[in-house]
Design a protein around this ligand. Structure first.
Ligand code: DX5
Ligand code: ZN
Length: 221
C-alpha cells in the first residue's frame, strides 16, 4: 500500500484548527488526538470539536482515542464525522465487539498498543481491524522522543498481519520525524502520524512531502 501521512493536530494552533487543516492539503488524513485526563494525563478535545472539524476540513479524520471506556464513547466519534476511529486495547473491555460496531457504522476500526503492550495476545483479532497503531512514545503528549525499542514490535506486527491475510494498515505515532520515519517504514509501518515534525515546521506541506519521500524509499528496500 502507498505510504500515508496523518499530521497530528495536537501540535497545531488549537485556536485555529480550520486554518491548520487548510495548511496541509496534501495530508491523507488529519490525526485527532482525543484525551480524557484519565487514560492519559492530558485533556484535549472531544466530540463537539471533532464535529466542527469534520465540517471544516477537506481531509478525512483519523481519531485516536486515548480515553477510558472506549466501548461507550468510540461509536459517537463516527457519528461526529470521523472516518477512522482507533481505541486503545488497554482500555477496551470488548475489543472485538467494539471493532465490529465501528465497522458497522461505516468507519475504519483501529486498535492501538502502548509501547509496552505486546501484539502477540491480539494476533487472532487482527482480521477484525482495519488498522493497528503501534505507539512509539507513551501516549499523552506531542514532541516526545521516538522509542527505538518499539521497532521489533512493528516488525512482528507486520509479520502477524501478513500471516493473518487481512488487509490491515500499520500506523506509527510518536516522535515520527525525518530522522526516524525510515526506521519505521523499514520495519513495516505504512501510515505515519507526525505532529511536531509537520506543524512545528516552517513549511508543513514541505515537511509532509519530505516525510512521504523518505518513507516511500525506505518501503521500497
Ligand atoms: C501522543 C499523540 C500523538 C502526538 C504525536 O500521545 O498520540 O499523535 O501528537 O506528536 P509528535 O509527532 O510530536 O511526537
Ligand atoms: Zn495520536
Amino acid at each position: 500500500m502507498a505510504v500515508q501521512i496523518s499530521p497530528s493536530l495536537l501540535s497545531a494552533d488549537f485556536a485555529d484548527l480550520g486554518g491548520a487543516a487548510r495548511s496541509v492539503p496534501s495530508a491523507d488524513w488529519l490525526h485527532v488526538d482525543v484525551m480524557d485526563n484519565h487514560f492519559v494525563p492530558n485533556l484535549t478535545i472531544g466530540l463537539p470539536v471533532v464535529e466542527a472539524l469534520a465540517r471544516a476540513a477537506a481531509q478525512p479524520l483519523d481519531c485516536h482515542l486515548m480515553i477510558d471506556d472506549p466501548d461507550q464513547w468510540a461509536p459517537a466519534y463516527v457519528e461526529a464525522g470521523a472516518s477512522s476511529v482507533t481505541f486503545h486495547v488497554e482500555a477496551a473491555r470488548a475489543p472485538v465487539r467494539l471493532a465490529r460496531e465501528l465497522r458497522t457504522a461505516h468507519a475504519r476500526a483501529g486498535m492501538a498498543l502502548r509501547p509496552t503492550t505486546a501484539i502477540e495476545p491480539y494476533a487472532e483479532l487482527l482480521p477484525e481491524l482495519d488498522m493497528l497503531l503501534v505507539m512509539t512514545v507513551e501516549p499523552g503528549f506531542g514532541g516526545q522522543q521516538f522509542l527505538d525499542l518499539c521497532l521489533p514490535k512493528i516488525r512482528r506486527a507486520r509479520a502477524l498481519i501478513a500471516d493473518s491475510g487481512a488487509e490491515l494498515w500499520l500506523q506509527v505515532d510518536g516522535g515520527v520525524s525525518a530522522e526516524t520515519i525510515e526506521r519505521c517504514a523499514d520495519a513495516g509501518a505504512d501510515v505515519f502520524v507526525a505532529g511536531s515534525a509537520v506543524f512545528g515546521a516552517d513549511d508543513p506541506e514541505a515537511a509532509i512531502a519530505d516525510l512521504r519521500q523518505l518513507a516511500t524509499s525506505a518501503c521500497a528496500h
